[in-house]
Write a protein that binds this ligand. Structure first.
Ligand code: NDP
Length: 298
Protein backbone atom coordinates (compact mmCIF):
# COMPACT_ATOMS: atom_id res chain seq x y z
CA UNK A 1 0.00 0.00 0.00
CA UNK A 2 1.28 3.47 -0.87
CA UNK A 3 1.77 6.33 1.55
CA UNK A 4 -0.89 8.72 2.72
CA UNK A 5 -0.31 11.99 0.85
CA UNK A 6 -0.56 14.72 3.47
CA UNK A 7 -2.64 17.61 2.13
CA UNK A 8 -0.78 20.73 3.23
CA UNK A 9 -3.20 23.00 1.38
CA UNK A 10 -6.18 21.66 3.34
CA UNK A 11 -4.27 21.89 6.64
CA UNK A 12 -3.30 25.48 5.84
CA UNK A 13 -6.90 26.38 4.92
CA UNK A 14 -8.06 25.07 8.32
CA UNK A 15 -5.39 27.12 10.13
CA UNK A 16 -6.30 30.23 8.11
CA UNK A 17 -9.95 29.76 9.12
CA UNK A 18 -8.92 29.79 12.78
CA UNK A 19 -6.73 32.87 12.22
CA UNK A 20 -9.55 34.70 10.38
CA UNK A 21 -11.78 34.30 13.46
CA UNK A 22 -9.08 35.70 15.78
CA UNK A 23 -8.38 38.58 13.35
CA UNK A 24 -12.07 39.46 13.09
CA UNK A 25 -12.45 39.51 16.90
CA UNK A 26 -9.34 41.66 17.36
CA UNK A 27 -10.44 44.04 14.60
CA UNK A 28 -13.86 44.48 16.22
CA UNK A 29 -12.09 45.27 19.49
CA UNK A 30 -10.02 47.99 17.77
CA UNK A 31 -6.77 46.26 16.78
CA UNK A 32 -6.62 45.07 13.17
CA UNK A 33 -3.51 42.90 12.89
CA UNK A 34 -1.00 44.38 10.43
CA UNK A 35 2.00 42.82 8.65
CA UNK A 36 4.79 44.83 7.04
CA UNK A 37 6.57 42.94 4.27
CA UNK A 38 9.84 44.23 2.82
CA UNK A 39 11.22 42.86 -0.43
CA UNK A 40 14.56 44.03 -1.78
CA UNK A 41 15.38 43.21 -5.40
CA UNK A 42 13.76 41.08 -8.10
CA UNK A 43 14.42 37.46 -7.08
CA UNK A 44 11.53 35.67 -8.90
CA UNK A 45 10.92 33.13 -6.10
CA UNK A 46 10.88 35.93 -3.50
CA UNK A 47 8.43 38.00 -5.60
CA UNK A 48 6.14 35.01 -5.86
CA UNK A 49 6.33 34.36 -2.05
CA UNK A 50 5.61 38.00 -1.26
CA UNK A 51 2.62 38.08 -3.65
CA UNK A 52 1.20 34.96 -2.00
CA UNK A 53 1.70 36.44 1.47
CA UNK A 54 -0.25 39.52 0.42
CA UNK A 55 -3.14 37.36 -0.84
CA UNK A 56 -3.05 35.30 2.36
CA UNK A 57 -3.31 38.48 4.47
CA UNK A 58 -6.32 39.66 2.43
CA UNK A 59 -8.02 36.33 2.91
CA UNK A 60 -7.83 36.36 6.72
CA UNK A 61 -8.37 40.12 7.13
CA UNK A 62 -4.81 41.09 8.12
CA UNK A 63 -3.74 44.56 6.94
CA UNK A 64 -0.65 44.15 4.80
CA UNK A 65 1.82 46.91 4.08
CA UNK A 66 4.05 45.90 1.24
CA UNK A 67 7.35 47.70 0.61
CA UNK A 68 9.26 46.76 -2.55
CA UNK A 69 12.72 48.21 -2.96
CA UNK A 70 15.27 48.10 -5.80
CA UNK A 71 18.24 45.75 -5.47
CA UNK A 72 20.63 48.70 -5.09
CA UNK A 73 18.90 49.92 -1.90
CA UNK A 74 21.55 50.74 0.71
CA UNK A 75 21.69 48.98 4.05
CA UNK A 76 21.10 52.27 5.88
CA UNK A 77 17.95 52.95 3.81
CA UNK A 78 16.65 49.50 4.67
CA UNK A 79 17.45 49.98 8.37
CA UNK A 80 15.55 53.28 8.26
CA UNK A 81 12.50 51.53 6.75
CA UNK A 82 12.62 48.84 9.43
CA UNK A 83 12.84 51.52 12.10
CA UNK A 84 9.68 53.15 10.69
CA UNK A 85 7.86 49.81 10.74
CA UNK A 86 9.07 49.19 14.31
CA UNK A 87 7.41 52.47 15.34
CA UNK A 88 4.24 52.07 13.24
CA UNK A 89 1.34 51.15 15.58
CA UNK A 90 -0.66 49.62 12.67
CA UNK A 91 2.13 47.08 12.06
CA UNK A 92 2.40 44.18 14.52
CA UNK A 93 4.59 41.88 12.44
CA UNK A 94 7.55 42.60 10.16
CA UNK A 95 8.93 40.27 7.55
CA UNK A 96 12.05 41.01 5.55
CA UNK A 97 12.04 38.56 2.66
CA UNK A 98 15.27 36.53 2.50
CA UNK A 99 17.69 36.18 0.82
CA UNK A 100 18.76 39.83 0.81
CA UNK A 101 21.19 41.11 -1.86
CA UNK A 102 24.68 39.74 -1.17
CA UNK A 103 26.24 43.07 -0.16
CA UNK A 104 23.79 43.47 2.75
CA UNK A 105 24.52 42.21 6.23
CA UNK A 106 21.52 39.94 6.77
CA UNK A 107 22.24 39.39 10.46
CA UNK A 108 22.35 43.15 11.12
CA UNK A 109 19.07 43.70 9.24
CA UNK A 110 17.22 40.94 11.11
CA UNK A 111 18.57 42.17 14.45
CA UNK A 112 17.09 45.63 13.70
CA UNK A 113 13.53 44.26 13.79
CA UNK A 114 11.86 44.62 17.18
CA UNK A 115 11.75 41.10 18.66
CA UNK A 116 8.04 41.57 19.49
CA UNK A 117 7.37 42.22 15.76
CA UNK A 118 9.73 39.51 14.48
CA UNK A 119 7.01 37.15 13.22
CA UNK A 120 9.54 35.16 11.16
CA UNK A 121 11.24 34.24 14.45
CA UNK A 122 14.78 34.86 13.13
CA UNK A 123 15.83 37.63 15.55
CA UNK A 124 18.61 36.41 17.87
CA UNK A 125 16.35 37.16 20.86
CA UNK A 126 13.62 34.87 19.53
CA UNK A 127 16.05 32.12 18.51
CA UNK A 128 17.70 32.36 21.94
CA UNK A 129 14.32 32.13 23.66
CA UNK A 130 13.47 29.09 21.52
CA UNK A 131 16.69 27.43 22.69
CA UNK A 132 15.90 28.30 26.31
CA UNK A 133 12.34 27.01 25.93
CA UNK A 134 10.86 30.44 26.70
CA UNK A 135 7.85 32.04 25.03
CA UNK A 136 8.90 33.24 21.54
CA UNK A 137 7.91 33.44 17.89
CA UNK A 138 8.69 30.02 16.47
CA UNK A 139 10.07 30.33 12.89
CA UNK A 140 7.30 29.60 10.39
CA UNK A 141 8.63 26.50 8.62
CA UNK A 142 9.57 24.60 11.83
CA UNK A 143 6.24 25.68 13.35
CA UNK A 144 4.38 24.52 10.23
CA UNK A 145 6.06 21.11 10.35
CA UNK A 146 5.10 20.61 13.99
CA UNK A 147 1.50 21.69 13.14
CA UNK A 148 1.34 19.18 10.26
CA UNK A 149 2.47 16.35 12.53
CA UNK A 150 0.05 17.48 15.24
CA UNK A 151 -2.94 17.68 12.87
CA UNK A 152 -2.06 14.32 11.30
CA UNK A 153 -1.88 12.75 14.79
CA UNK A 154 1.75 11.74 14.33
CA UNK A 155 3.34 11.94 17.79
CA UNK A 156 6.61 13.83 18.12
CA UNK A 157 7.12 12.98 21.77
CA UNK A 158 9.32 9.93 22.07
CA UNK A 159 9.60 9.51 18.28
CA UNK A 160 12.94 8.84 16.59
CA UNK A 161 13.28 11.76 14.20
CA UNK A 162 16.05 12.10 11.62
CA UNK A 163 16.38 15.65 10.34
CA UNK A 164 18.51 16.26 7.24
CA UNK A 165 19.73 19.89 7.10
CA UNK A 166 20.85 22.34 9.77
CA UNK A 167 20.37 25.76 8.15
CA UNK A 168 19.69 28.89 10.16
CA UNK A 169 16.22 29.21 8.61
CA UNK A 170 14.92 25.65 8.78
CA UNK A 171 17.14 22.89 10.20
CA UNK A 172 18.71 24.59 13.23
CA UNK A 173 15.52 26.13 14.70
CA UNK A 174 13.58 22.96 13.89
CA UNK A 175 16.17 20.86 15.71
CA UNK A 176 15.86 23.10 18.77
CA UNK A 177 12.10 22.81 18.68
CA UNK A 178 12.01 19.03 18.27
CA UNK A 179 14.37 18.17 21.08
CA UNK A 180 13.29 20.77 23.64
CA UNK A 181 11.27 19.79 26.67
CA UNK A 182 8.06 21.56 25.64
CA UNK A 183 5.56 22.18 22.82
CA UNK A 184 6.67 20.48 19.60
CA UNK A 185 9.48 18.71 21.39
CA UNK A 186 10.60 15.61 23.29
CA UNK A 187 11.71 13.73 20.17
CA UNK A 188 14.86 11.65 20.07
CA UNK A 189 16.63 13.60 17.39
CA UNK A 190 19.45 12.93 14.93
CA UNK A 191 20.59 15.78 12.69
CA UNK A 192 22.39 15.05 9.40
CA UNK A 193 24.29 17.52 7.23
CA UNK A 194 26.82 17.50 4.45
CA UNK A 195 29.48 15.91 6.70
CA UNK A 196 27.27 12.98 7.75
CA UNK A 197 28.75 9.61 6.84
CA UNK A 198 26.56 6.70 5.79
CA UNK A 199 23.33 8.70 5.76
CA UNK A 200 21.26 5.63 4.80
CA UNK A 201 22.17 3.91 8.06
CA UNK A 202 21.17 7.02 10.00
CA UNK A 203 17.92 7.41 8.05
CA UNK A 204 16.91 3.85 8.91
CA UNK A 205 16.56 4.96 12.54
CA UNK A 206 13.77 7.41 11.80
CA UNK A 207 10.10 6.98 12.59
CA UNK A 208 9.90 10.42 11.04
CA UNK A 209 12.35 11.83 8.48
CA UNK A 210 12.40 15.56 7.75
CA UNK A 211 14.47 16.74 4.80
CA UNK A 212 15.54 20.36 4.17
CA UNK A 213 18.64 20.43 2.00
CA UNK A 214 17.81 22.06 -1.34
CA UNK A 215 18.91 18.93 -3.29
CA UNK A 216 16.17 17.70 -5.64
CA UNK A 217 15.35 14.03 -5.09
CA UNK A 218 18.18 13.43 -2.57
CA UNK A 219 16.23 10.90 -0.50
CA UNK A 220 15.11 7.79 -2.39
CA UNK A 221 12.71 5.01 -1.46
CA UNK A 222 15.51 2.46 -0.97
CA UNK A 223 17.12 4.71 1.67
CA UNK A 224 14.28 4.57 4.20
CA UNK A 225 12.52 1.78 6.00
CA UNK A 226 8.88 0.78 5.54
CA UNK A 227 6.33 2.80 7.49
CA UNK A 228 8.39 6.00 7.89
CA UNK A 229 6.66 9.38 7.91
CA UNK A 230 8.47 11.70 5.46
CA UNK A 231 8.27 15.48 5.61
CA UNK A 232 9.79 17.10 2.53
CA UNK A 233 10.70 20.74 3.10
CA UNK A 234 12.67 21.26 -0.11
CA UNK A 235 11.36 23.57 -2.81
CA UNK A 236 13.53 23.30 -5.90
CA UNK A 237 12.97 24.58 -9.41
CA UNK A 238 13.99 22.01 -12.02
CA UNK A 239 13.85 22.56 -15.76
CA UNK A 240 10.73 21.23 -17.45
CA UNK A 241 10.24 22.32 -21.05
CA UNK A 242 6.72 20.84 -21.11
CA UNK A 243 5.55 23.57 -18.71
CA UNK A 244 4.68 27.13 -19.70
CA UNK A 245 7.10 28.53 -17.09
CA UNK A 246 9.87 26.18 -18.25
CA UNK A 247 10.33 24.66 -14.79
CA UNK A 248 8.53 22.63 -12.15
CA UNK A 249 8.84 22.56 -8.37
CA UNK A 250 10.14 19.41 -6.71
CA UNK A 251 11.18 18.53 -3.18
CA UNK A 252 14.33 17.02 -1.69
CA UNK A 253 12.61 13.64 -1.68
CA UNK A 254 12.15 11.41 -4.71
CA UNK A 255 8.38 11.38 -4.30
CA UNK A 256 7.55 8.42 -6.58
CA UNK A 257 9.93 5.94 -4.96
CA UNK A 258 9.49 7.18 -1.36
CA UNK A 259 5.69 7.07 -1.48
CA UNK A 260 5.90 3.32 -2.14
CA UNK A 261 7.52 2.65 1.25
CA UNK A 262 6.55 5.58 3.50
CA UNK A 263 3.52 5.59 5.78
CA UNK A 264 2.79 9.24 4.99
CA UNK A 265 4.51 11.91 2.93
CA UNK A 266 4.14 15.63 2.25
CA UNK A 267 4.12 16.46 -1.49
CA UNK A 268 5.93 19.37 -3.17
CA UNK A 269 4.19 21.60 -3.97
CA UNK A 270 1.22 21.46 -1.61
CA UNK A 271 2.88 20.14 1.56
CA UNK A 272 5.01 22.14 3.98
CA UNK A 273 4.93 25.37 1.90
CA UNK A 274 1.29 26.37 2.38
CA UNK A 275 1.42 25.56 6.11
CA UNK A 276 4.60 27.66 6.50
CA UNK A 277 2.70 30.60 4.99
CA UNK A 278 -0.23 30.05 7.33
CA UNK A 279 2.10 30.12 10.36
CA UNK A 280 3.32 33.58 9.36
CA UNK A 281 -0.27 34.80 9.61
CA UNK A 282 -0.62 32.94 12.90
CA UNK A 283 2.45 34.65 14.38
CA UNK A 284 1.18 38.02 13.13
CA UNK A 285 -2.20 37.48 14.82
CA UNK A 286 -0.39 36.49 18.03
CA UNK A 287 1.80 39.64 17.85
CA UNK A 288 -1.32 41.79 17.40
CA UNK A 289 -3.09 40.01 20.25
CA UNK A 290 -0.14 40.77 22.57
CA UNK A 291 -0.09 44.42 21.44
CA UNK A 292 -3.85 44.64 22.07
CA UNK A 293 -3.60 43.14 25.55
CA UNK A 294 -0.63 45.39 26.50
CA UNK A 295 -2.55 48.47 25.29
CA UNK A 296 -5.57 47.56 27.43
CA UNK A 297 -3.35 47.10 30.47
CA UNK A 298 -1.66 50.50 30.19
P1 NDP B 1 20.54 25.73 3.06
O1 NDP B 1 21.28 25.59 1.78
O2 NDP B 1 20.71 26.96 3.87
O3 NDP B 1 20.90 24.48 4.00
C1 NDP B 1 20.94 23.17 3.48
C2 NDP B 1 21.29 22.21 4.58
O4 NDP B 1 21.28 20.91 4.04
C3 NDP B 1 22.69 22.43 5.17
O5 NDP B 1 22.65 22.22 6.56
C4 NDP B 1 23.55 21.39 4.46
O6 NDP B 1 24.62 20.90 5.25
C5 NDP B 1 22.53 20.27 4.27
N1 NDP B 1 22.87 19.44 3.10
C6 NDP B 1 23.07 19.86 1.83
N2 NDP B 1 23.33 18.81 1.04
C7 NDP B 1 23.30 17.70 1.81
C8 NDP B 1 23.50 16.32 1.58
N3 NDP B 1 23.79 15.85 0.36
N4 NDP B 1 23.38 15.47 2.62
C9 NDP B 1 23.09 15.92 3.86
N5 NDP B 1 22.89 17.22 4.15
C10 NDP B 1 22.99 18.11 3.14
O7 NDP B 1 19.01 25.50 2.68
P2 NDP B 1 17.66 25.90 3.48
O8 NDP B 1 17.57 25.19 4.77
O9 NDP B 1 17.45 27.37 3.44
O10 NDP B 1 16.57 25.28 2.48
C11 NDP B 1 16.52 23.90 2.24
C12 NDP B 1 15.39 23.62 1.27
O11 NDP B 1 14.15 23.97 1.88
C13 NDP B 1 15.45 24.44 -0.02
O12 NDP B 1 14.98 23.66 -1.09
C14 NDP B 1 14.50 25.60 0.24
O13 NDP B 1 13.96 26.14 -0.95
C15 NDP B 1 13.44 24.90 1.07
N6 NDP B 1 12.66 25.76 1.94
C16 NDP B 1 11.33 25.48 2.04
C17 NDP B 1 10.51 26.19 2.87
C18 NDP B 1 9.08 25.82 2.97
O14 NDP B 1 8.29 26.57 3.49
N7 NDP B 1 8.68 24.64 2.51
C19 NDP B 1 11.02 27.31 3.67
C20 NDP B 1 12.47 27.49 3.57
C21 NDP B 1 13.24 26.73 2.73
P3 NDP B 1 25.84 21.84 5.79
O15 NDP B 1 25.25 22.61 6.94
O16 NDP B 1 26.88 20.89 6.19
O17 NDP B 1 26.19 22.73 4.62
Amino acid sequence: MGAKIIDGKAIAAGIRGEIARTVSKLTLEGTRPGLGVVLVGQNPASISYVNSKENDCDEVGIYSHDIRLPANTSESELLHIIDNLNHNPRIHGILVQLPLPKDMNEARIIAAILPEKDVDGFHPANLGRLLLNLDCFIPCTPYGIVKILEIENIPIEGAEIVLVGRSRIVGAPLANLLFRKGYGGNATLTVCHSYTRNIEKVLSRGDIIIVATGNPGLIKGNMIRNGTVVIDVGINRVEDSSRRKGYKLVGDVDFDSVKQVAKAITPVPGGVGPVTRAMLLWNTAVAAQRFHTDRKEV
